[in-house]
Design a protein around this ligand. Structure first.
Ligand SMILES: Nc1ncnc2c1ncn2[C@@H]1O[C@H](COP(=O)(O)OP(=O)(O)OP(=O)(O)O)[C@@H](O)[C@H]1O
Ligand SMILES: [Mg+2]
Length: 417
């Protein structure tokens, strides 16, 4: 059968809000959202025309953001208004909940905690997906001891640890993204699965306006998520329309999350002989989505030219971090630092000796330049500075940190086997 412009095979799953079809040609699946809003494990449910499309928009934007950051997810692409193509997963029947502020069911389960209590780091909770028993909360130990299976994979401590840390990272990334739009992400629910083809752990299911609490300006009274629907005493047509407008607002807002920002790093090298060193810096910057220009200019031999170039960069107004690569005695970095307002990082070429490095370390007063000795560290320092004001760059740094941690864990597991 053709559905949403692709040939689909059997239905592999259907729940209250989605239908999942296999796509035989690629072994991927098509997730089709329904125009249905539900609460209290399905006790309350209504048709809501347009919800499927708004939910699909929200989830696709969010998963694109996460894929782009470097989080491993099932998302491949949006297919149609209410459909998206993802990797097929054997789902792990646990809901992973992260909270920044205490509210809702947390308060009921933890009497004495005031609404708005702030968790540092975000609080992770796990619930078994079991509507009939109202999704009981499971402890870390219960999750491990249950020895749940997803396809051929047993979900043990190793998997639980990776998923737990990934969940908190995803929350932090989305919290920053929403903060850039003036909204507080209060809490969030996600699900994970095991890639049916490769056995990899993937963030799966959807992340939409049913998955979180979202308070514009951090004000509970302005909430825009499904909680508004949950809290209705009775559901009138007028109420439903208001809820629908909230979903619309969220889908619109989320679409404003900018895909890339306008910042840059500029590497000044005192001579083109340092090109390979500078290319390394550029390549690491670009890994994190920071454009990086290379310039050849000397403070000693072309001071006027250097200051002209500097004036040009400052005049363009794009937030910039400078990296200075000078052989022997470093005049370049300190001259840039003394004449620019933007950060300057000294990164001497690989052949530096102990006497050279003092020219970067012992600089006159009023200069704020810093010094690192590896091109990767110089790039990373620049990216981190630029990430302070840019959630997209920040998310790449955060995901990179997570992936480094996961890779070490994986290497350790392989070594022990
Ligand atoms: N990539 C995927 N591959 C296979 N199944 C998936 C994938 N992503 C999500 N699913 C599953 O699709 C099913 C249908 O989703 P739906 O959300 O409608 O069901 P539900 O979670 O049982 O119901 P509800 O969310 O309304 O409580 C769920 O079991 C979900 O875990
Ligand atoms: Mg679901």
């Amino acid at each position: 059968m053709m559905f949403s412009g692709v040939k689909v095979g059997v239905k592999v799953a259907e729940g209250k809000s989605k239908v999942v079809y296999i796509i035989p040609e690629t072994h991927h699946v098509l997730l089709h959202s329904k125009d249905r809003i539900t609460a209290r494990d399905g006790e309350r449910a209504h048709e809501m025309k347009g919800k499927a499309e708004m939910s699909t928009t929200t989830t696709c934007v969010i998963f694109e953001l996460l894929n782009n950051a470097g989080i491993k997810t099932h998302f491949i692409k949006r297919q149609g208004k209410t459909t998206m193509v993802t990797h097929r997963c054997d789902m792990i029947p646990i809901e992973w909940v992260t909270r920044r502020l205490a509210t809702g069911s947390f308060l009921k389960r933890n009497p004495g905690v005031t609404e708005g209590y702030r968790f540092y780091p975000p609080k992770l909770e796990t619930f078994l997906k079991d509507d009939k028993n109202h999704d009981p909360q499971w402890s870390y130990e219960q999750c491990i001891e249950a020895k749940l299976t997803a396809g051929p994979r047993i979900i043990g401590q190793y998997e639980i640890d990776i998923i737990s840390r990934t969940t908190v990272t995803v929350f932090e990334i989305l919290e920053k993204a929403w903060a850039s739009l003036g909204c507080s992400l209060i809490d969030m629910k996600v699900e994970f699965g095991i890639n049916h083809e490769t056995g990899e752990i993937l963030l799966a299911d959807v992340i939409d306006n049913d998955s979180w609490r979202l308070w514009p300006a951090g004000d509970r009274r302005l909430m825009k998520d499904v909680q508004v629907y949950r809290e209705l005493k009775e559901v009138t047509a007028k109420d439903l329309d208001m809820v629908k407008r909230n979903f619309e607002w969220v889908a619109d807002k989320v679409s404003q999350l900018s895909p890339s920002s306008h910042v840059r790093a500029v590497v000044f090298m005192g001579s083109p002989v340092y090109m390979a060193h500078c290319e390394k810096i550029r390549s690491t910057c670009e890994t994190f989505g920071v454009p990086c220009e290379l310039r050849v200019s000397s403070a000693d031999k072309g001071c006027h030219e250097l200051l002209n170039i500097l004036a040009q960069y400052e005049g363009e107004g794009i937030p910039t971090v400078f990296i200075a690569v000078a052989g022997s005695s470093n005049g370049l970095g300190p001259v840039l630092s003394g004449n620019a307002i933007w950060p300057v990082i000294n990164c001497p070429p690989a052949d530096w000796v102990a006497e050279d490095i003092w020219s970067s370390l012992r600089v006159p007063t009023d200069l704020g330049c810093t010094t690192v000795t590896s091109p990767d560290a110089a790039a990373l320092a620049a990216v981190q500075i630029l990430g302070l004001g840019d959630h997209i760059i920040w998310s790449k740094l955060r995901a990179n940190q997570l992936n480094t941690w996961i890779n070490l864990k994986e290497a350790d597991k392989k070594t022990r086997n």
